[in-house]
Design a protein around this ligand. Structure first.
Ligand SMILES: N[C@@H](CCC(=O)N[C@@H](CS)C(=O)NCC(=O)O)C(=O)O
Length: 201
């Protein structure tokens, strides 16, 4: 059975939802990100970050690598097997993971260091809102970020939209967030992690 090192509502939640989508049971191991990491966890991931996934004798680190592993292994429709549909799903997984996540991280960094407003915070928020504005535009003509079927990018976007940052989320985006956060896989993960979904309101 899979073992997932996670923090409630963090980027690791996308792995949790993906495993639920694939009908895979998972043992959850909570990591307190505000405390020094236990040596047992650092053995699995020297970077001390979630998500970290144990699959049998394999340890997987880095959200996108873990998602590719799970979704390919279980042939999930969240990641089409080939062609342009797969390329687009990977693109949007990476937009969320490699562009939006670091954009949020810049805001968290400023907050942690006492910057709550001013030009630096405005620039950091602009970095987030630029991506949400592109998402909003795409969703004006389709239900999900890659078309009319949900893919892994939608799951990641839904997790990140719920982070406590005053991002500008448009009506089409909120419709998508509501559709994804209402899925049984998402509801089950929220319940297990004791997370409330606020971003779609
Ligand atoms: N690129 C990494 C980023 C992981 C990441 O930043 N995770 C956050 C939670 S969303 C974390 O563990 N933060 C604590 C830390 O970096 O020490 C991935 O996609 O797995």
């Amino acid at each position: 059975m899979y073992k997932l090192y996670y923090s409630p509502g963090a980027c690791s939640m996308s792995i949790h939802v993906a495993l639920n989508e694939c009908g895979q049971p998972v043992v959850l191991e909570k990591v307190d990100l505000s405390a020094p990491r236990p040596a047992e966890f650092l053995k699995h991931n020297p970077r001390g970050q979630v998500p970290t996934l144990i699959d049998g004798d394999q340890t997987l680190r880095e959200g996108a690598a873990i998602l590719l592993h799970i979704l390919d292994k279980h042939k999930s429709p969240l990641l089409p097997q080939s062609g342009a549909a797969r390329d687009s799903a990977i693109e949007w997984m990476m937009v969320a993971n490699a562009s939006l996540h670091p954009a949020y991280a810049r805001v968290f960094f400023l907050k942690k260091n006492g910057v709550t407003e001013g030009p630096l915070m405005n620039a950091a928020l602009e970095g987030i809102n630029k991506i949400w504005s592109e998402v909003e535009q795409r969703l004006s003509s389709q239900s999900f970020v890659c078309g009319d079927q949900p893919t892994i990018g939608d799951i990641l976007l839904t997790v990140m939209a719920n982070w406590s940052v005053p991002a500008s989320l448009g009506p089409n985006t909120k419709r998508m967030l509501k559709a994804i956060s209402s899925r049984p896989s998402y509801q089950k993960a929220m319940q297990a992690e004791q997370v409330e979904y606020k971003a779609a309101a």
